[in-house]
Write a protein that binds this ligand. Structure first.
Ligand code: SAM
Length: 248
């Protein structure tokens, strides 16, 4: 009998194949309200965090860049202001998220040097040493096999290439954690119900943040995967963190 690997899905344990199905359902059900929910949940701060993420990068006009788990295209849009002679690959496993992002950017006239690809981060369909940098904004937490995805990123990065991860993380103080827990467990699923007609997806969001490796654990995973550095910067007392790594 084939052994089925068990993974976390928020606070529940399910098989890997079930997680892919449930994640697809979640993002399909919230895609139409994804952008507005990001603004409401973070009081608009996700825009600042995403700008900060790009500020941490050494992006150059000629870079070949991968926006991994690109969703509705916020990072691809920001990257398009910098990348002129290179190009951006906007990649997501979810067709509806990818299409919504592509339509949004095309409506804003952002077309040049961008390729949209539907694929799984855990087995990236690119040659070894393809990208100058890879950016993952609020995607890693959702990957079913996080370490496999990080190894896949490592493989497709060029030598000297840069990986930037923006993700929810663990607050540094107990007091902040208490307030943050109260806010997220009580407010976010209710907001999801009112705005997106869906509280379960936002319950998953809150739980998945708690199950995600904290700053130090993620740092260790990055170093174990072959990256020669793995610095991180906390934002809002560690509620969010930016991890930056390089391939030697
Ligand atoms: N990067 C965008 C942002 O910052 O707003 C979107 C982040 S959204 C929270 C997470 C995205 O990860 C979803 O679009 C989802 O489809 C994608 N995702 C989840 N698992 C994935 C996988 N294994 N490979 C590629 N994308 C994945």
């Amino acid at each position: 009998m084939q052994h089925k690997k068990i993974v976390d899905f928020g606070f529940s344990l399910i098989t890997e194949s079930e997680k892919y199905i449930l994640l697809e359902r979640i993002f399909n059900s919230i895609v139409h309200r994804y952008d507005i929910m990001n603004d409401l949940m973070s009081f608009g701060m996700h825009r600042i965090w995403k700008n900060l993420l790009l500020k941490c990068s050494n992006i150059r006009s000629e870079y070949v860049t991968l926006d991994l788990a690109s969703g509705t295209g916020d990072i691809t849009e920001k990257l398009s202001k910098f990348i002129r002679s290179g190009f951006i690959v906007s990649l997501d496993i979810n067709k509806k998220m990818l299409k919504t992002g592509r339509d949004k950017l095309r409506n804003r006239g952002i077309i040049k040097n961008i390729f949209y690809i539907q694929a799984n981060a855990e087995c990236l369909p690119f040659k070894t040493n393809t990208f100058d940098n890879v950016i993952v904004s609020f995607g890693l937490r959702n990957f079913t096999q996080k370490e496999k995805a990080i190894q896949s990123i490592f493989r497709v990065l060029k030598s000297g290439g840069e990986l930037l991860i923006l993700e929810f993380s663990t607050p540094c103080s107990k007091f902040l954690k208490k307030i943050y827990d109260y806010y997220s467990f009580n407010y976010l699923p209710k907001l999801g119900k009112i705005v997106a007609g869906n509280s379960e997806s936002y319950q998953y969001l809150v739980e998945s943040i708690r199950m995600h490796p904290n700053q130090n654990k993620l740092q260790k995973i990055l170093l174990k995967s072959g990256f020669y550095s793995a610095e991180y910067t906390n934002i809002l007392g560690g509620i969010v963190a930016i991890h930056k790594s390089y391939k030697f």
